[in-house]
Design a protein. Structure first.
Length: 530
């Protein structure tokens, strides 16, 4: 216990003080700035948290560099965006019946009717309190469960089991992300194949480079991810804007102004709904690939089922807003459980946290992070040897800071952002495109990065038009190098046994579950289509 407290204390001090003992305001300011930007992004229809994180990461790296000292400010800013964007999505959903983010769609069911009754400000206060409560709840679950899960995995699983676990994660993500598990698996394998371009662990030189020397070290990671996530979204938006060019834009409806009070009595009435939805959102968020929309749907449905007056849902009641916002906000912290304990991203926001970690410093996410090694005196490092564990608790500290800023300044800031929902796409989309191309050129260097972002943008655009989820593609692209490393290591450790995965009962169980999940999901999808 004393050892754990020692690591926690050092992780907290790492955020607030520099190596020479001076107070460090930079990580704190970055968290605050990221939160405000995230709320503003969420309040702008067509943008979302991962979108803003994708654009911010190359800029942050170009400003702060790749040193260990740059990791916490960069992660602090990205964590702030992640937390703020979900809350900001409630603003246009409530005031203008236009969800700022996809998970805020259900907020419109009761939020906008409240606004039409003159209760718009009160609805925003309910949304903020519920979102902040759900986010805080899921963070507490993360802080407790991630270290425990990581320690259990590190003690039980070896190379074959870890390889099979990644295969299970990819299979699960292909099954739950999108309408077709088969398509999900195909695009996941496509992402893994493209990740193998360039360097190889065998030492035989670059592979699959088609004679392009610039691909010898592999595809630029940031450019590829920005292309498939951001550029494809911009292309879809430009296409929609072209189709709607001749349509008249609806004029702003002036809503009446009524009761704005939100006090202890309201809070007591909403707490059961908030905690129920927070628990649902946390459980959903801990499973990779499912997302916030399902959590919001389940939270809203559960609140309606247990209500004494279910017929009032959809007519403008605070419980409907609270159920949705608590559920979708509680996903963000829970999604980091597989990231911190396994190194496996659970959603797009987690993807960019992993990209930041891989691009900056020498910190590595995964079960090996939470090794509570014995404290020893080491010159230059004080009395601690597992630096990764210190960074992990520093990340937890950044999340606590983001929650504190959210509770204090977040509510006031979100209530001032209704105007952002009227930003025209003709201004927003070209600006995003320019920032994306500039960022990848500065981050990954040269025109090869531009070509990669364009090609991957085209891939993402085609997948979106075919209504195929791009999450398996992105996760497959990210996890392929790690999976290859584990399989090669396990193959070598087994003395060259090609069936080493089948020799471990746990690995065999994971592989069996992978097949079962894909078959079950495929049959279910076929039954729905029939």
């Amino acid at each position: 216990m004393e050892l754990a407290l020692e690591y926690i204390a050092r992780g907290v001090l790492e955020v607030f003080f520099t190596a020479d003992g001076q107070f460090d305001w930079l990580p704190i300011a970055m968290v605050f700035g990221g939160l405000l930007l995230g709320i503003a992004i969420g309040a702008t229809p067509g943008l979302n948290g991962p979108f803003a994180m994708a654009l911010s990461l190359p800029v942050l790296i170009s400003v702060f560099g790749h040193s260990d000292e740059a990791l916490l400010p960069i992660l602090g800013f990205l964590i702030g965006i992640m937390k703020g964007a979900t809350i900001g999505g409630a603003v246009p959903a409530i005031l203008f019946n236009t969800p700022g983010t996809p998970d805020a769609f259900l907020t419109t069911l009761d939020g906008y009717p409240m606004a039409k009754k003159g209760l718009g400000i009160k609805a925003l206060k309910v949304a903020h309190f519920s979102s902040a409560s759900g986010d805080t709840f899921s963070d507490m679950v993360l802080f407790i469960s991630a270290p425990v899960l990581a320690v259990m995995i590190e003690r039980v699983l070896d190379l074959p089991e870890k390889s099979a676990l990644i295969i299970l994660s990819l299979s699960f993500m292909a099954a739950v992300a999108g309408k077709s598990p088969t398509k999900g698996m195909i695009v996941g394998l496509l992402g893994m194949l493209l990740a193998l371009i360039g360097s190889t662990l065998s030492g035989n030189g670059p592979r699959m480079t088609f004679g392009i020397a610039a691909l010898g070290n592999g595809l630029p990671l940031t450019s590829a991810i920005l292309g498939v996530l951001v550029l494809s979204e911009v292309l879809v938006g430009l296409e929609e804007m072209t189709r709607a060019r001749r349509k008249k834009i609806a004029t702003l409806v002036r809503l009446p102004r009524g009761d704005t009070h939100f006090g202890l009595r309201d809070i007591r009435q909403l707490l059961p709904t908030i905690f129920r939805s927070a628990a649902i959102g946390t459980a959903v968020g801990a499973l990779p690939g499912i997302g916030t929309t399902l959590a919001a749907t389940l939270g809203y449905d559960a609140a309606r089922r247990v209500s004494k007056h279910p017929e009032k849902f959809g007519t403008g009641i605070p419980e409907g807003v609270a159920a949705t916002e608590a559920a979708n906000s509680s996903v963000s912290g829970a999604n980091l459980i597989p990231v911190m304990s396994l190194g496996i991203p659970g959603n797009f926001a987690a993807v960019f946290l992993i990209l930041a970690v891989e691009s900056v410093g020498d910190f590595t996410l995964g079960p090996s992070v939470f090794r509570f090694d014995e404290i020893k005196e080491i010159e230059g490092f004080g009395t601690i040897i597992n630096k990764d564990l210190v960074v992990a608790f520093s990340i937890f500290t950044l999340m606590v800071l983001a929650n504190l800023f959210n509770w204090t300044a977040g509510g006031w800031f979100m209530r001032t952002l209704g105007v952002l929902s009227r930003v025209p796409k003709s201004i927003m989309l070209p600006s995003v495109l320019l920032i994306t191309l500039t960022a990848v050129y500065a981050q990954d260097g040269g025109f090869i990065a531009i070509w990669v972002v364009i090609i991957f943008g085209a891939i993402g655009f085609v997948l979106r038009k075919l209504e195929v989820s791009i999450l398996p593609f992105v996760i497959g692209f990210l996890l392929a190098p790690r999976l290859e490393e584990l399989i090669r290591g396990g193959y070598s450790a087994s003395g060259g046994d090609p069936f080493f995965l089948l020799k471990s009962p746990i690995a065999l169980l994971f592989l069996g579950l992978s097949i079962f999940i894909l078959v079950f999901a495929g049959r279910r999808a076929a039954a729905i289509r029939a």
